[in-house]
Each structure stands twice: as structure tokens, then as C-alpha cells.
Design a protein around this ligand. Structure first.
Ligand code: ZN
Length: 264
């Protein structure tokens, strides 16, 4: 059920019976010459809405702009800084708890958001406000991602290209797939981003001239559909797990005995 399409009376039964919310988050940032800036938020929203519909849970509107300052040199990239992003996500998550939500799954499709979503989840759990967990689509199906593509890439590569071919084919510039591969870095290791144990870069452009990594010509809509189905299945299972778990079991464990100060 997509929250923003409902009227408020329609939501009465849901909030009386259920307490799970699915929140899609992505970015609006460069994804090379062949993919739209919307890539990450299209993927997150596609998976979140499909899994929420299949499992019978509530899906909220998508957070379209994330933590992307490392793509700033490319036209059109939008971002917010990490502290503002964390505060914003924490604030609307607490707003959801006011409506009775106490389990939140952040369906994420942008690497730059990950650590911040985990931090927000930790804060909410610390206060016992909600159990909120970050889920990154490609990390839920690592073996399939490996099997499908010979030369993957962490950004704008074949896995994201295939997903957009499946979700929004009209937005893929198919005539630029070779250009994307040849103008970027087809083999991630060749970018040689680490030196003497340090990560000697801050921005995507430090490693790749056109902003992408991997071999985009390996992407097909069929592979995109396979990725989408497999990731949706994982997400449905996660939603069922957080729904079935007792709230107490999702919260932080108590301090070991003896309790501090108990013999004072
Ligand atoms: Zn992306």
C-alpha cells in the first residue's frame, strides 16, 4: 500500500493492525552518460513498492536526494550533507512512530546513505522508539550480482544499468553503453584507488573521468528482471521477519548481571 495515494480514513485499519513501514531512499546524482540522475531513487522506489505490495505493508514516499557530495563535479548532482540527512530521516521516522509504526525498513539504493541510515537506526533503537534497519538492494543478492556480470562496478555499472532497463527502459541511453564503458573504468581494480593502505580519493571523478565503473554493455533487461525479482524476494522476507519478531527481541539486550549499582 502506497501511503501517499491513500486518504486518511483509508489508513485507519492499517495503523490499528500493523506497525511496519517501508521507506525508499536513493539519490539524484550523475550515473554516467547513459543512465538518468534518478537511477538510485528509481531502483529503491521500485523495490520498496513491489515488496510492500506483495507483503501487505505500508510504503512511504521516496527520499530522492541523499548524501552525494562525492559526485558534485558532474552537472545536476544534488546532495545534502550528512548531519542534515541524518536529522531529516530521524525526524520523519519519529513522525511515523507517532502513527504507531515501530518497525521501519529503509530500502536504500545509494551507497553514500548507508552509514548514515545505520546511525539513525541506532539512535531510534537506543530510545526504543522503533527498530529501523537499512537494506541495500545489491548486498541482499551478492552471488547473483557476481554471477550475472563479468565486470561489475560499484557505480553506474551493469547491475544498475540492467535494473533501469527493467524499471524505466525509456530512460536508458542504449546508444551510449559503449561510450560509458570506454570513457570510464571497466575493471574497478584498474582504478587503483588504494595506496599503502589509504583510500587516496574523495570524489568519484578522482577514479573515473565520466563517472562510472564496470562494463555497461553486459546489461540486459532480462538480467535486470532477474535482479529485481531476487532482491524483492529478499526484501519480502526481511519485512516478514521484522513484522513477526517481538519488539523486545529487536531492542538492545540488557546489561549483564550484576546490574550496575544493584548492590550499592
Ligand atoms: Zn547508483
Amino acid at each position: 500500500m502506497y501511503l501517499a495515494d491513500q486518504t486518511w480514513p483509508d489508513l485507519g485499519d492499517y495503523v490499528a493492525e500493523e506497525s511496519v513501514a517501508v521507506v525508499p531512499l536513493g539519490s539524484t546524482e550523475q550515473h554516467g552518460p547513459h543512465l538518468p540522475l534518478a537511477t538510485d531513487h528509481l531502483i529503491a522506489e521500485g523495490l520498496a513498492r513491489e515488496a510492500a505490495a506483495r507483503a501487505g505493508f505500508l510504503c512511504t514516499p521516496t527520499v530522492n536526494v541523499g548524501v552525494s557530495p562525492h559526485h558534485k563535479q558532474f552537472h545536476g548532482t544534488m546532495w545534502v550533507d550528512p548531519p542534515e540527512f541524518r536529522d531529516y530521516v530521524e525526524s520523519f521516522s519519529r513522525n511515523l512512530t507517532y502513527h504507531g509504526v515501530d518497525r521501519i525498513v529503509y530500502v536504500n539504493a545509494h551507497g553514500g546513505n548507508m552509514q548514515h541510515l545505520r546511525e539513525v537506526g541506532r539512535r531510534l533503537r537506543e530510545d526504543r522508539a522503533a527498530f529501523a534497519v537499512e537494506w541495500m538492494w545489491d548486498e541482499s543478492i551478492p552471488d547473483l550480482v557476481d554471477d550475472l556480470f563479468e565486470r561489475n562496478g560499484p557505480h553506474g555499472g551493469p547491475k544498475e544499468t540492467a535494473m533501469i532497463m527493467h524499471l524505466a527502459p525509456e530512460l536508458v541511453r542504449e546508444d551510449r553503453l559503449e561510450e560509458a564503458r570506454d570513457g570510464g573504468v571497466p575493471v574497478f581494480e584498474d582504478a587503483d584507488p588504494y595506496r599503502y593502505g589509504a583510500r587516496n580519493f574523495y570524489d568519484a571523478i578522482d577514479n573515473t573521468e565520466n563517472g562510472v565503473l564496470g562494463d555497461q554493455t553486459d546489461a540486459t533487461p532480462e538480467k535486470g528482471e532477474q535482479l529485481f525479482e531476487a532482491a524483492t524476494e529478499q526484501l519480502v522476507r526481511l519485512l516478514e521477519f521484522v513484522d513477526e519478531s517481538r519488539f523486545e527481541d529487536l531492542m538492545a539486550k540488557p546489561h549483564v548481571d550484576p546490574q550496575p549499582g544493584s548492590r550499592r
